[in-house]
Design a protein around this ligand. Structure first.
Ligand code: SF4
Ligand code: SF4
Ligand code: SF4
Length: 179
């Protein structure tokens, strides 16, 4: 039987970097399960993940597709404190909530949570986010950790959306003339 999207997704690094050309790991896994795309498009996973995917899918091992980028080396985002203007635009760009900060205050990156996906870099209007080597003693987040943080963020965004919808409904009701 052909592997499911969940089985394929379980082999992916879960950085959600989109370098495969899909919106995240799960959409790429789903496309592979449908047989629409090759299994060599994940630079963060590199040769090891391509080989694991080839075994699961019963396909030939392939070199990483250079169109998706080169095999990732471990680096983390760092915010230049002299240049950050506290605009908070980097916060929604991070798929694992690894950036902390509030409007008009310096933002910083939690190295233990940052997976180096680079999605925050283009979001910064003053180009003050740079990639640097991870500090000694701070481990690279595992795929499981990336997945947990990504799913937790999804749940938080859903709660916030629900709360906004409820507040809007209540405001509309309050604005109606009394019967
Ligand atoms: S980690 Fe790999 S599968 Fe996941 S979004 Fe990035 S390139 Fe795609
Ligand atoms: S801080 Fe930037 S590089 Fe690190 S995980 Fe978040 S978006 Fe990706
Ligand atoms: S997007 Fe750049 S300037 Fe704005 S808060 Fe983030 S790091 Fe600071």
């Amino acid at each position: 039987m052909a592997p499911t999207a969940a089985q394929i997704d379980a082999l992916l690094p879960q950085t959600q970097c989109t370098r495969c050309g899909y919106g995240g790991c799960r959409p790429y896994a789903e496309a592979m399960a449908r047989g629409e795309v090759l299994h060599n498009r994940c630079p963060p996973g590199g040769t090891e993940v391509v080989a694991a995917l080839a075994r699961l899918l019963g396909r030939a091992p392939l070199p990483l597709d250079p169109a998706c980028g080169s095999e990732a080396i471990d680096r983390v985002a760092w915010v230049d404190p002299e240049a950050c203007i506290g605009c908070a635009r980097c916060l929604p760009a991070c798929p694992v909530d690894a950036i902390v900060g509030a409007q008009r205050h310096l933002h910083t990156v939690l190295q233990a949570a940052c997976n180096g996906c680079e999605l925050c870099l283009p979001a910064c209007p003053v180009d003050c986010i740079h990639l640097r080597p991870r500090a000694d003693g701070i481990a690279v987040p595992t795929a499981a950790a990336n997945r947990t943080r990504f799913e937790r963020q999804g749940a938080r965004l859903q709660r916030e959306s629900d709360a906004r919808a409820t507040a809007l409904t209540q405001a509309k009701r309050a604005a109606l003339p009394a019967p």
